[in-house]
Design a protein around this ligand. Structure first.
Ligand SMILES: Cc1cc2nc3c(=O)[nH]c(=O)nc-3n(C[C@H](O)[C@H](O)[C@H](O)COP(=O)(O)O)c2cc1C
Length: 336
């Protein structure tokens, strides 16, 4: 893939932008689990950057690289301004959100409803590409409401590609703008992986990344037979150890880390962050799923949930939760 050579970004595995979930604490944690994954921020609107607290929205830990900033907006000049700011701050990629169906986003005329305006999206991408040297990508869907056919999707991609955008992250289902909540919009419209595979087949020069409903290493390997990369959303967040398994099986390294080592690193991070004024719960909440599917997972989850809110300055929380779990079931740590 040409773009990979240009930017050095490896798209084999990425973790999706997820509002309220993939904040910088979450990304620090994911980075420990999967050093080779490309990480995405939550969506940040151009308005929040230009008129709001840019520092709060854009700050990240240097360990998070490679890191993409996802923008929400539809004004080419504003997007270009934000792309420039993001490049100055050291982001590795800018991504435009053309997939979010929420009412709030629709009122702002961006997100998924932009699929109805391919020329405007092309102009947005052009403006950002002209403004920065880092890569500018798009995350979109297969269609929106009745504008939903392989041809519509492929024409949309073709128009946007005229801007020079060469990486398309495809959430492999359509968006329904009236009647479905954002949550339902992640499950109800059926997945069509075959459309995404065909897009790659018909446009081999484009980088195509597939997203939606992917939750195992085996499934990822299957998809990689057809496309350039896989983006994990909920599975990465809810069962984060999957990221460590991906790192080992897709990249063949970091094969011997265990949860306890990761926890020790997170413990150090938590202590540094709390000293700088962060509340413990803002970090610990991202670790609730670390033992998902293992003996002791419930104890871990309950201990963190109950205690993180009780004492926001308790920097020993993670160690205590681990001890609580071990005291109940000694198999926890050895049975990776
Ligand atoms: C809590 C949550 C927040 C999300 N926020 C965003 C967002 O800010 N930008 C975006 O493009 N997609 C967002 N998504 C959609 C995901 O990026 C992804 O496309 C979707 O969850 C399907 O992938 P999955 O089945 O692997 O979860 C969000 C999903 C969840 C669960």
């Amino acid at each position: 893939m040409d773009e990979k050579a240009k930017t050095g970004l490896d798209r084999t595995l990425s973790v999706a932008p997820m509002l309220d979930w993939t904040d910088r604490h979450c990304r620090y944690f994911h980075r420990l689990l999967a050093p080779s994954a490309l990480l995405y921020t939550e969506m940040v609107t151009t308005g929040a950057i230009i008129h709001g607290d840019a520092e709060r929205h854009l700050a990240f830990n240097s360990e998070e690289h490679p890191l993409a900033l996802q923008l929400g907006g539809s004004d080419p000049a504003d997007l270009a301004t934000c792309a420039r700011i993001a490049q100055e701050r050291g982001y590795d990629e800018i991504n435009l959100n053309v997939g979010c169906p929420s009412d709030r986003v629709q009122r702002g005329s961006f997100g998924a409803c932009l699929m109805l305006e391919p020329e405007l999206v092309r102009n947005c991408m052009s403006a950002m590409l002209d403004a920065v040297d880092i890569q500018v990508t798009i995350k979109t869907r297969l269609g929106v409401d009745d504008h939903y056919s392989y041809q519509y999707m492929s024409d949309f991609v073709g128009t946007v590609a005229e801007s020079g955008c060469s990486v398309f992250i495809m959430h492999a289902r359509k968006a329904v703008l009236g009647g479905l909540s954002p949550k339902q919009n992640r499950d109800v419209p059926p997945l069509h992986y075959d459309w995404v595979y065909r897009l790659k087949q018909e446009s081999p020069a484009l980088g195509v990344v597939i997203n939606g409903g992917i939750s195992s290493v085996a499934a990822i390997k299957d998809h990689l037979e057809h496309v350039d990369g896989v983006m994990l959303g909920r599975a990465a967040y809810q069962t984060p150890w999957l990221l460590a398994q991906c790192q080992a099986e897709l990249f063949g390294n970091q094969t011997n880390i265990d949860r306890e080592t990761v926890l020790e690193s997170m413990n150090g991070y938590l202590q540094r962050q709390v000293a700088a004024g962060t509340a413990v719960k803002h970090i610990s909440r991202h670790l609730l799923g670390l033992f998902q599917g293992m003996p002791g997972a419930k104890v871990w989850r309950r201990y963190l949930s109950e205690n993180a809110f009780r004492d926001d300055g308790n920097t020993d929380l993670l160690r205590q939760a681990l001890a609580a779990m071990k005291s109940i079931d000694a198999r926890v740590i050895v049975s990776d």
